[in-house]
Ligand binder design. Sequence first.
Ligand SMILES: [Zn+2]
Length: 424
Amino acid sequence: MQAALKYQEIYSHGQSFTPTRPWLEFGIFNTRNPNRGPPFLQSRTAPSIRKTENKILLPKHHNPALNTAYFTEITKKILNDFYPKHCPTTECNNRILDKEISTRPDLIRCPQCRHLTSRLSYTPLHHFKLPIWMFGYLLYESLIQYPKVVTATELSKRLKIGYNAASLLKRRFQLFASDQLPKYKKLTYEALNDQFKVFLLPPNENRDITKIMAKRPYVCVDTAVLYSAGERASQGRKRYRHSGQTSSIYLSEKLGGRQVGTLVQTIAIKQGPVFFTSVSNQKADTLGPIIKDHLPTSTPLFTDQGYPWLWGIYKNHRSVNHSARSKDNRFRFARNRWSKNGVHNQVAEGNQRVLKTAFAAYGYIKPKYSQMYLNEFSFIKNANVFGLDVLVERDDDPNVGMRCRDRDAFAVNPRARMKEAVRI
Ligand SMILES: [Zn+2]
């Protein structure tokens, strides 16, 4: 309202400064957001603005601030690389469909028999109704904004779509991330298996292993709680059952014992990939299979004292005692209770700090969707480490993109090139 009035005022007085185009035409304000109609459209200045808008007749979702052609290319590359479509006709011998139609970016056809099919069906973009460049935009923004996350509110403002549409677009991206993440897991597993095939830490646990581990990938495992349920959440009642982290994710039993927080297990490699899993408790039966799924049993594994059951399975497991007592009775805790003889789990703690800081932007996420959000975050981090090219499986040789010994595959991370130790 004020902006519109000011514009009118300057214009009518005929001062030396006369704006040529109103700010409204630049599309900075959320005027196209269906959730937020501008309040001044009913005012006297409204008809003239409307007239100029109708004259241009821009396509729906037109956004002068974004390079939509570039983002369309990103979306097309995602679809071509990760969800290629094959021709079902027998004569074409399963060839990949690659003939595009200039006016229909959502369709693709066979150059040989002209078989036509949807580009988006049976992919994370199944029945996608928004322009396809928006998905590429979300991937691009998520990658460059890491370690900050892109929230649905931000998407809705930047793309000028409704909050629900933005939220569903984000969910599609999370599906894509969840779909691709197992490839990073496999890649990491193979690299670790290759590195530690015949490796044994010195049997004497008091020996300093800093030098032994200096040039090797340092693997840490830890758990953390997101959105913990304090006593206030349980309305002053006693907390759920036990003490510790499990108690902070459930409400008091008198309030139904519903899960409100998210317990996250972190498997992190120093300056390398990270994997987050949402778990329901900290029992060995819950955490054990996940660790075994991600790390070969010969991996040197560093944790705090919450994993006493690991020693039988992982021969190279070492733990650091966070509540070690000081020998000097002036102090309560020992100086080396975070890192002792080169054993620490700061890699996991550091990743959890990044996770917690980033997830503060969401405000709250339901435990039901926690794994989706964690997959998305871990996918973006791993994409920053490995790049996206390693994920592409080629038809001629299924192993060409997924080679763990291919050092070039890891060169995407500039830090990985500088130091020997970060190569896994
Ligand atoms: Zn064909």
